[in-house]
Design a protein around this ligand. Structure first.
Ligand SMILES: *[C@@H]1O[C@H](CO)[C@@H](O)[C@H](O)[C@H]1NC(C)=O
Ligand SMILES: *[C@@H]1O[C@H](CO)[C@@H](O)[C@H](O)[C@H]1NC(C)=O
Ligand SMILES: *[C@@H]1O[C@H](CO)[C@@H](O)[C@H](O)[C@H]1NC(C)=O
Length: 183
């Protein structure tokens, strides 16, 4: 009985402390975005063989350090296709160019800094994104720190959700981009 009470309490603590619970608790206080775009990010990772490597859209440029077991120090550069739906083979509507680096010694977490580059009849310009991406959290909020062209002076939040991980060779993120400054 006592065990059950403790367990329930711990579960409650977990709920309260989890980043997604924090995010959803606060999100009701946010204003409505002036623009919202949902896009999908596909990362094909640094395959070991030449054949797969030629299809890679990202590359590990530094190896992890020996501080902890969470890839601390590993830096990946990417030029990844962005699509409007979940299909990797759909025509890309933008490119995501930048990097992420594993920057936490006690768990898997990365820091992203990149541009979404649009050059189509629909959109021309960039949305620039950076922030922390703790991989274990169901959703992560990163910042839109600026924009150019059609996204002049954009500011807002991007919510990342990991949708697929296929070994280390492929992962897909859903990016829910909410802009709170639009011109
Ligand atoms: C790499 O690309 C080629 C040509 O597009 C394709 O035939 C092949 O299946 C791809 N390989 C992998 C591992 O995705
Ligand atoms: C990373 O480690 C591998 C295997 O030990 C080695 O072949 C490679 O050169 C290293 N890369 C860098 C950038 O240090
Ligand atoms: C954008 O697309 C046009 C037409 O395809 C091309 O001429 C131009 O170089 C592209 N600009 C950038 C910055 O990639």
């Amino acid at each position: 009985m006592k065990g059950l009470v403790v367990m329930t309490f711990c579960f409650f603590l977990l709920l309260v402390a989890s980043p997604s619970a924090l995010a959803s608790r606060k999100s009701s206080k946010y204003p409505k975005p002036c623009k919202q775009i949902v896009l999908y990010y596909h990362d094909i990772l640094f395959g070991r063989t030449r054949n797969i490597l030629s299809n890679s859209t990202s590359y590990r440029i530094t190896n992890a350090t020996n501080l902890g077991n969470y890839q601390f120090g590993s830096l990946i550069i990417f030029d990844d296709p962005i699509t409007k739906d979940e299909n990797l083979r759909s025509p890309p509507v933008a490119a995501a160019q930048g990097l992420y680096v594993y920057d936490m010694r006690t768990d898997y977490s990365t820091f992203f800094a990149f541009s979404l580059i649009f050059n189509s009849t629909e959109h021309k310009g960039t949305i620039n994104i950076m922030g922390s991406d703790p991989l274990g959290a169901p959703t992560r909020d990163l910042s839109v720190v600026g924009g150019t062209g059609d996204f002049f002076m954009a500011r807002g939040i991007v919510t990342f959700t990991t949708e697929a991980i296929e070994s280390i060779e492929y992962f897909r993120l859903k990016m829910d981009i909410k802009l709170y400054e639009c011109y």
